[in-house]
Design a protein around this ligand. Sequence first.
Ligand SMILES: [Zn+2]
Length: 361
Amino acid sequence: MIKILSIVLLILINSGCAVFSPDKGDYLQTDVTRTNSDISVQFMGVSNLSITDGDSTILLDGFFTRRSALFSYCKHGMNSDESAVGHYIEKTQIPHIDALLTSHAHFDHILDSSTVLKIFNTQDRLKHRVPTTVYGSEESISFIRNQWEENAIKSDTNLVTPLFEKLKNGNRYTVGNFQIQALETPHVRKNGAKMFGENLFTCFRGGNFKKETPNFSFLISTKSQNKFNNDTNQSLRQPKILVIPSANIRKGDLEGVNADVVFLGIGLLKPEDVQDYWDNTVKVVNAKLVIPIHWDNFYKPLTKRLTSGPNLLLHTDRVVAKLYKLAERKLGTDIAFMPIFEYVTLPRYEDQYGITKSTHQ
Ligand SMILES: [Zn+2]
């Protein structure tokens, strides 16, 4: 029975069923007319994001291996593809990562963590900088630490051991000019069919990562100064960024949180759950810009154009259409997709509570 189901599923996936991909005009661009912040973000598929103010850089997750769905994981096992990771990291042109934030201990988030750390934490590369601090749940840290130790034993480069810090819900962490708050939010629900699909695509090896594991979202802000806009008589602050890597939320999880830009994970989100998800994330935090992430099929390499998995199975087209509809209703909220391997500078936002020019003088 499993064999027949597998064959049907594989035929479905390879039969060219319709997939979602953003149109040209759907991508976020740095708008020359707006006031830019000091913060730039680069997207590299799934929930990989690098966020920098030009001085400090945060990398979120960092999964690049993306082996193909058919037999690749059977052939190579659930191992990081070190040469692919090296190639993509070079493409990002990131000089150093001060913090590696890991959302949860699943392979599409942490499989490559120790390879990424190995690239950035050599004596040659670090020079006067401190090694990367890895933030994550106990499960993520223990996986990454084990991989690191194996890597370090095998490696002949002058590796410098990274620092590890276990995340606690609500705690704040300082990374250079960035302030990061960890918010424990639930993982997206996976039904039997989706679990089966994932098992099949990973040659029944992804299951090593299947433990119930805490998942974290991140609220990221910066200490940098406000700017005053003479035209509008408004104080403009740096954007507050919220990253929600896994598409699930409980009512009240984000109570009291404010964010201008939300990187919204939509992987495995069901169309019928979009409204609730939106209400308890984008609406609650009063976001002005929503950037869907984790929408792409991570069984395809990053050298190919990003597309979702088959709409027939995942309904990404319907989920995205619903998001656009909700944004239309919420005046002042935009939706845009990130291009890959391109830094986009985020705008500043009006600060109602900021110091105005008159009180400043
Ligand atoms: Zn996961």
